[in-house]
Design a binder for this molecule. Structure first.
Ligand code: NAD
Ligand code: UGA
Length: 458
């Protein structure tokens, strides 16, 4: 079959895989190849068991794989053959040298740029999909123009806004697609080519074009604003607990103001995920780099409140359970950083587990999709940890349940059965405010939600 265009994505992760599967699904006229340096990941994408869990992803991959969607490890060959390259490699927080713990580690990004330069034999459009510090496109352009060949590269920024657990829905029906380009005739031509791809399914009023630096910065700012909303309500949850107010009532009242919006106002044990903390710290580093220390401090507080909220959760548990957790059996309901994903990167459950183990509690962890990742995250830690998929079995003999993830199976469980199987007094600490608190209290539990008055029998 001959295809109208050949496009490549470097990086077959949570973004590269689903994004390219959606493009292939919506654009049968294009050949889409996804490559990765990790052969195991590529083998999984080519198998019956995909490397990531996302509702709706299996169906799309099965329908397009081998037709116009391909997963491969032949990076160099694919670079030579394609016309457009999306780069979706990881950009974690730097752990060494200048900016350690804050700045983005761009080594994977730069390696990719050099690999493209070494192997390209014709003009190409390079699309930044990864989340990057502002002005990265300039560095990319400088590397790509450092060769002695006559190949022309146009670098575009096209950040991804999908959220895990809803990736397919977000990709199918995005709030907006953002494309940043140079204002030169070549830059605008390249931009129009990318617009044309998205126009296959995204309405034109949702395809936003902009200056390339605004585009790169908008991605960091979007994540910072979303996380800021959560930290704001989490800060208020601490006040609600002192003032006998109910944070759900407060967030409903606040969120009904259209200027503020009701989403991302669910108080919780803290936000997790591979990006919020990383991207805010990256923003903080950029502000510091430009000498904007007050601005940096403002955004840093979003991360500090999140750390505070996680620590507060543990201290509340300890306080409620007679100031000692040593030897107590605590069942964590959920380990993923949010529902409908097996991803545990930066999950608050990791911090809570470490702190509970420090307090010498015994942990029993249950999660429908994330137990393998949980085992990996907690490997080598001292203390008693068991992993049990069935929540009833997991809670049996425990002193307390702590809800870490808002899986929708949890509120539907038979809590009378669970209560009967637990050590008394039995406690529930609902880090997501998803359980039927009144019913649990009437069953006999001592219930500690986030940002609401506790319900106790003593
Ligand atoms: P990931 O770790 O799941 O995937 C990145 C992949 O890139 C890995 O499989 C890795 O092996 C591969 N890789 C690294 N260097 C490579 C190289 N030189 N050649 C080929 N492959 C290489 O990461 P992710 O979650 O998909 O995130 C990727 C980027 O997208 C990050 O910048 C992230 O901030 C951003 N982002 C992530 C999400 C999300 O929900 N996870 C959403 C929006 C944006
Ligand atoms: C987030 C953004 O929502 C995406 O737009 C962005 O593309 C992505 O980061 C990224 O750049 O990686 P994601 O981290 O997958 O997506 O998931 P979210 O739904 O944003 O949730 C993040 C964390 O905040 C989760 O731990 C979630 O449980 C928590 N959260 C969310 C709350 O505690 N309260 C809320 O009201 C909402």
């Amino acid at each position: 079959m001959t295809f109208k265009k050949k496009m490549l994505c470097i990086g077959a992760g949570y973004v590269g895989g689903p994004t390219m599967a959606m493009i292939a699904h919506k654009c049968p006229q294009y050949k889409v190849t996804v490559v990765d340096i990790n052969p195991k990941r590529i083998a999984q994408w080519n198998s019956g068991e995909l490397p990531i869990y996302e509702p709706g992803l299996d169906e799309i991959v099965k329908a397009t794989r081998g037709v116009n969607l391909f997963f491969s490890t032949e990076i160099e060959k694919e670079i030579r053959e394609c016309h457009i390259i999306f780069v979706s490699v990881n950009t974690p927080t730097k752990t060494f040298g200048a900016g350690a713990g804050m700045a983005a580690d761009l080594q994977y990004w730069e390696k990719t740029a050099r690999q493209i330069l070494r192997n390209a034999e014709s003009d190409k459009i390079i699309v930044e999909k990864s989340t990057l510090p502002v002005k990265t496109a300039l560095a990319m352009e400088r590397i790509l123009t450092s060769g002695n060949n006559n190949i022309h590269f146009d670098v575009l920024s096209n950040p991804e806004f999908l959220a895990e657990g809803t990736a397919i829905k977000d990709l199918k029906d995005p709030d907006r697609v953002l494309i940043g380009s140079r204002r030169s005739p070549e830059g605008l031509r390249a931009r129009d080519e990318l617009v044309e791809i998205y126009a296959n399914w995204v309405p034109s009023d949702r395809i936003l074009t902009s200056n390339i630096w605004s585009c790169e910065l908008s991605k960091l700012v979007s994540n910072a604003f979303l996380a800021q909303k959560i930290s704001s309500i989490n800060a208020i949850s601490a006040l609600c607990e002192k003032a006998d107010a109910d944070v759900t009532e407060v967030s409903r009242a606040v969120g009904m103001d259209n200027r503020l919006g009701s989403r991302f106002l669910n108080a919780s044990v803290g936000f997790g995920g591979s990006c919020f903390k990383k991207d805010i710290l990256n923003l903080v580093y950029l502000c510091q780099y430009y000498g904007l220390n007050e601005v940096a401090d403002y955004w840093k507080a979003v991360v500090s409140i999140n750390d505070y909220q996680k620590e507060r959760f543990v201290l509340n548990m300890m306080n409620a359970m007679f100031n000692t957790l040593a030897g107590k059996r605590i069942c964590l309901f959920g380990f993923a950083f949010k529902a409908n994903t097996g991803d545990t990167r930066e999950s608050p459950a990791i911090f809570i587990s470490k702190r509970l183990l420090e307090e010498r509690a015994q942990l029993i962890i249950t999660d429908p999709k994330a137990l393998d990742n949980a085992k990996f995250d907690l490997e080598g830690l001292e203390g008693a940890i068991s992993y049990i998929e069935d929540p009833y079995e997991a809670a049996t003999g425990c002193d307390a349940i702590a809800v870490m993830t808002e899986w929708d199976v949890y509120p539907k469980l038979d809590f009378k059965k669970i209560y009967d199987s637990m050590t008394k007094p039995a406690f529930v600490f609902d880090g997501r405010n998803i359980l039927p608190h009144k019913r649990l209290f009437e069953t006999g539990f001592n219930v500690f939600p986030v940002g609401k008055p506790p319900m106790t029998h003593f």
